[in-house]
Design a protein around this ligand. Structure first.
Ligand SMILES: [Zn+2]
Length: 305
């Protein structure tokens, strides 16, 4: 099977393509969308969607390119196409700016290091809606003294101001939520189907310390992650001491705390903190909705729809 050049089904730019003989799938290698595989059925769906839902495409490019950066290759099928796109849809411009700064920060070996970034090809890395939005965000980063161009070609570096924005000394990183909760199996869905998507609905990102890392040593990690976060979500179901500690530490740092608890455990809430307005939830879906509404009401920069 030889390699051809044809237009990438996601971004429309010329890309290297190859048929996979036994399945009829096509593999693409695109400078913009990275490496991905796509079924014939999904290609048909995409042609259809080009007329009906053009907003789908930048989100798919983000899914495939970010996977490529992680060393994975996504297979786009008729069954996962919409879900893949939805995972990358609707981020606020503030969150996209943060992704740009985090990308430059992550690729900088040292402060001032030039990092290659081409808005015309690398726009999926910051989940921009095509190159126009990416260019607009890059220009905003320049005019706000967050990033600057180095040399003549497409290389950028963070300014001191931009570096502080990603790696703050004082305030938290915009759009980052630290999640404090018990690591018990009956709460796994509450995180996966409630908290995580509820935060994502607002264009934000949630971080949680891994359950394996539940030792004395992890305390430094927790402290650092809370310091890094813009706000904290604390779920008190099962009344873990650690959650009370983390919420208290966040309050002391001046970070907003969103209090949640499963309804059947509310009577066990500690007397001293019961006064705070807790989101009382019964299942993950309703936790997601209530959390989304509370974040939108309290946290600056949240995406509103
Ligand atoms: Zn492409």
């Amino acid at each position: 099977m030889g390699t051809n050049t044809e237009n990438c089904p996601l971004c429309g730019e010329p890309a290297a393509s190859e048929r996979v003989s036994d399945t009829g799938n096509a593999k693409f290698r695109c400078d913009t969308c990275g490496n991905f595989e796509i079924t014939l059925q999904a290609q048909d769906m995409i042609r259809q969607a080009a007329r009906e839902t053009p907003d789908l495409f930048p989100c798919l490019s983000a899914a495939t390119r970010l996977a490529t950066e992680r060393g994975e290759r996504i297979v786009i099928k008729s069954g996962n196409l919409r879900e893949l796109a939805q995972q990358h849809a609707g981020l606020s411009p503030t969150a996209k700016l943060r992704l740009l700064l985090e990308y430059l920060h992550g690729k900088s070996g040292f402060f001032g290091a030039p990092v290659p970034f081409n808005p015309n090809k690398d726009w999926p890395l910051i989940r921009a809606a095509k190159r126009d939005e990416c260019n607009a965000i890059v220009h905003h980063a320049f005019s706000s003294d967050l990033a600057k161009r180095v040399g003549d070609d497409m290389k950028y570096t963070l300014t001191w101001n931009g570096w502080q924005n990603v790696d703050p000394i004082g305030g938290g990183t915009p759009g980052l939520a630290f999640v404090a909760m018990a690591f018990s199996p009956d709460l796994a869905k509450a995180f996966e189907d409630g908290i995580q998507p509820g935060v994502a609905d607002c264009g934000f990102q949630s971080i949680r310390v891994d359950k394996e890392a539940f030792s004395e040593k992890i305390c430094d990690r927790i402290i650092a992650d809370i310091r890094r976060a813009q706000f904290v979500i604390a779920d008190f179901t099962h009344q873990r001491n650690g959650v009370y500690f983390e919420a208290g530490y966040a309050l002391a740092l001046g970070r907003p705390v969103i209090w949640t608890c499963r309804e059947d455990d509310v009577d066990n809430l500690h007397f001293d903190t019961r006064q705070y307005p807790h989101i009382l939830w019964t299942e993950p879906a309703d936790l997601r909705t209530q959390l989304r509404n509370r974040i939108r009401a309290l946290i600056p920069g949240a995406r509103l729809a």
